[in-house]
Design a protein around this ligand. Structure first.
Ligand code: HEM
Length: 223
């Protein structure tokens, strides 16, 4: 550390640090700034999370950021983790407080260590685990982006032969995310506009009424 002698033996007013002392001090400051910090414990992270009661629900990002890399894993390691394949029946064997896996978007997360810390409570996770696929329940809650980035730390693999819901869409839309146009709807479900008749007749009636009023005021009332 900084030599005590330098602080005490010389009067503070005249004292100037030597080049060596300057260098030593700069090194100390740099090493303090560059020292890697360990992440805060989960309970502290929870305190840092914004209270969702006072925020309007933010839409989830369109990118599927639940597959973001875990801080401790390299991209190759995470890809390896995702390659671990489980069948739905494998997952169903892990639905207890001592061993709890959940499936979200075809990925398998071991949330056993997170049960106690989960802000939504351990019961919801246990229930989601027992349900087989927790995707819908997870999305319904509208988890924050920080929640989504936490997920990668619990990722242990993927569901084998997982088919994302968009791939099972109606073939007439080509499996894309595009909404069907009115012609496609007409083909599939019959007339999409049951009030077409009213849409046409009402403006016509108003036009006739306006004409009659104009005619009456212009010609009949004057005579
Ligand atoms: C690895 C999986 C999960 C992680 C890392 C996670 C993380 C979190 C976090 C950090 C919060 C605090 C609020 C926020 O930041 O959004 C939260 C809240 C919550 N989560 Fe999860 N969650 C997971 C899975 C689930 C699942 C499967 C459900 C099933 C229903 C669920 C239900 C809830 C509920 C009900 C809340 C409370 C929402 C509120 O207070 O408004 N979570 N979760």
């Amino acid at each position: 550390m900084f030599p005590q002698r330098c602080l005490s033996s010389r009067p503070a007013t005249n004292w100037r640090p030597t080049a060596d002392q300057d260098e030593q001090r700069a090194l100390l400051v740099c090493s303090a700034l560059l020292r890697p910090r360990s992440p805060p414990p989960i309970s502290a992270q929870r305190r840092l999370l914004p209270s969702r009661r006072y925020l309007s629900p933010a839409p989830l990002p369109i990118t599927n950021s639940w597959s973001k890399r875990a801080p401790g894993l390299s991209m190759a390691e995470e890809t390896e983790t995702e390659k671990q394949l489980f069948s739905p029946s494998d997952v169903s064997l892990h639905a207890s407080t001592k061993d709890c896996w959940v499936v979200i978007h075809g990925k398998v997360y071991d949330v056993t260590k997170f049960l106690e810390d989960h802000p939504g409570g351990e019961d919801v996770l246990l229930h989601a685990s027992a349900s087989g696929d927790a995707t819908e329940a997870f999305e319904d809650v509208g988890h924050s982006t920080s929640a989504i980035s936490m997920m990668s730390s619990y990722l242990i693999g993927s569901i084998e032969d997982f088919v994302p819901p968009s791939a099972t869409k109606d073939a007439t839309v080509g499996g894309s995310d595009v909404l069907p146009d009115s012609r496609t709807m007409k083909r599939n479900k019959g007339s999409p506009a049951p009030n077409t008749f009213l849409d046409f007749v009402l403006p016509l009636c108003m036009l006739v009424l306006a004409f009659v009023a104009w005619y009456y005021l212009t010609f009949v009332a004057e005579s």
